[in-house]
Design a binder for this molecule. Structure first.
Ligand code: HEM
Length: 463
């Protein structure tokens, strides 16, 4: 209910921001420039808090200030829910953990959380290590032949393999190409639908994009129901995985557990959320290490100090404190999820501005991570920003690659252990020489990609 602001006063509350076209607002400009580029331009011009004109009567309020983000994710989290901004993702992710809300989300989060507890992560690290070792076996032949490696393609294969084995207990490699294409395509179309907002045509309208979207969803469903079928056949004695845990999950009261539809939604959600994100960070880590030989040398030295002869233990990974600072800095500069949205239930005050109920609020980790009031020379790569003292001295919401508050990433520790295992084993075995002369920028879609492939040569570790 709008209790604070009468519609007639709304005009007076207009926040600073760009003008738009009648009826369609900023949409033509956003479609022409790209939403990230548009937001970046406005952020430079209007600062921490502005309003983007949209189609119809709705409004988008944008912020990149940690104070506002703290209020959205923590202080008034009850007032900022995942509303219509997530609708375009629902045909893909259904009612899984990313898109669900309210009591249903609370229940699903409670049922899923144990899969990411330390005892399970401890069991998963050797599985992750085996996936890395398999890849390194293939890399050895490529090193000998002097082949060039496409780092992001390799990181994506690895992350898919790891998600398949650790979460679903399955080798997804034979389905990798099909599932990967289906996910990429459906995410891309969901992104376009998000940008169009109120002007999006329903999925039932057979436009070429809608038909491609529906085809991609069918492919994905076939793969996922096959995974569920296999898991049901494997029986309860099969190795513990996220899928098994969800299949066996029961509430306190009498209940039948999750339907196949709900299992499908959680599998797609964890598959989508759990591989491209980590793959991007691994790719960007190689890139930044390639540009900063001094940092590369320190990371290698720290990893060499573990004296690994096989899979690392969790305790080994916990000792990689400098490497963790490097990951934090990579995630600052290239947070895979560059923006999130929420809808307000009631009127609220953000950054000393009143915003009405039912506003659409967009906040951005990327721009928050580049905020000059919180980061010196924000575009520079400096892992030393993440020493414990400097982290303590900084605003807690200035670095939010995994989001924060109750809806923070459930896979955060899993991701850090995966990245640490991968980097430790890779740099123990090889030296990655990123080819010189590559001018790599960013290509922001739903996530922050490199704008071209990043190529590297492999060498023995000592050279
Ligand atoms: C570097 C890697 C990762 C990054 C940067 C990352 C980032 C994020 C962010 C920003 C959110 C909030 C999204 C939103 O509210 O719209 C999120 C949520 C989520 N992430 Fe991650 N993620 C990573 C890895 C993973 C992994 C490995 C998994 C699973 C294996 C995972 C599963 C999820 C799930 C299920 C949610 C929804 C949680 C909820 O709302 O309860 N993520 N992640």
């Amino acid at each position: 209910m709008n209790t604070l602001i009468h519609p007639r006063t709304e005009q007076a509350l207009r926040l600073p921001g760009p003008a738009g076209y009648p009826l369609v607002g900023a949409l033509p400009t956003i479609l022409r420039e790209g939403v990230f580029e548009y937001v970046e331009r406005c952020w430079r011009e209007y600062g921490d808090f502005f309003q983007i004109p949209t189609a119809g009567r709705s409004r988008i309020i944008f912020t990149a200030h940690p104070d506002a983000i703290e209020r959205i994710l923590h202080t008034r989290v009850d007032n900022y829910y995942k509303g219509k901004g997530y609708d375009p993702l629902r045909p893909l992710l259904g009612n899984g953990l990313i898109t669900s809300t309210g009591d249903f989300w609370v229940r699903q989060r409670k049922l899923t959380q144990p899969a990411f507890h330390m005892d399970n992560l401890r069991r998963m690290v050797p599985v992750m290590a085996r996936c890395v070792e398999d890849m390194l076996g293939e890399w050895e032949a490529r090193r000998r032949s002097g082949a060039v490696l496409d780092l992001h393609a390799e990181s994506m294969h690895l992350a898919q393999r790891i998600v398949g084995f650790t979460l679903f207990g399955m080798d997804l490699s034979d389905r990798e190409a099909a599932s990967s294409r289906a996910v990429t395509e459906s995410l891309e179309i969901a992104g376009q639908r998000m940008n169009r907002g109120a002007l999006t045509l329903p999925l039932s309208v057979p436009t070429p994009a809608n038909l491609r979207f529906r085809r991609a969803l069918r492919t994905l469903d076939e793969i996922v129901y096959d995974i569920i079928g296999h898991a049901r056949k494997a029986g309860p004695e099969a190795q513990p995985t996220l899928l098994r845990l969800l299949m066996e999950a029961r509430d306190d009261g009498p209940g039948d557990g999750m339907s196949d539809q709900q299992l499908r939604d959680e599998i797609v959600t964890h598959y989508v959320a759990g591989h491209e994100t980590t793959a991007l960070i691994l790719t960007w880590t190689f890139w930044f290490l390639g540009q900063h030989p001094d940092v590369y040398a320190k990371v290698r030295e720290e990893i060499a100090g573990l004296g690994l002869t096989g899979a690392p233990a969790i305790e080994d990974l916990d000792r990689l404190t400098y490497t963790r600072m490097v990951f934090d800095e990579v995630m600052r500069l290239r947070p895979p999820v560059w923006a999130q949205t929420r809808t307000t239930r009631e009127d609220d005050v953000l950054m000393a501005r009143r915003i009405p109920a039912d506003s659409f609020v967009m906040f951005s980790a990327y721009f928050c991570h580049h905020h000059p009031a919180f980061w010196d020379e924000p575009s520079e790569f400096r892992p030393e920003r993440f020493t414990p003292e400097r982290v303590r001295a900084r605003h807690r919401y200035a670095h939010i690659p995994f989001s924060a508050g109750p809806r923070a990433c459930i896979g955060k520790r899993y991701a850090i252990y995966e990245l640490s295992t991968a980097l430790a084993l890779i740099l123990t075995r090889f030296r990655i020489d990123v080819l010189p002369g590559q001018d790599v920028g960013i290509r922001p879609t739903a996530t922050v990609h490199p704008d071209r492939p990043i190529y590297a040569h492999l060498r023995g570790p000592g050279r």
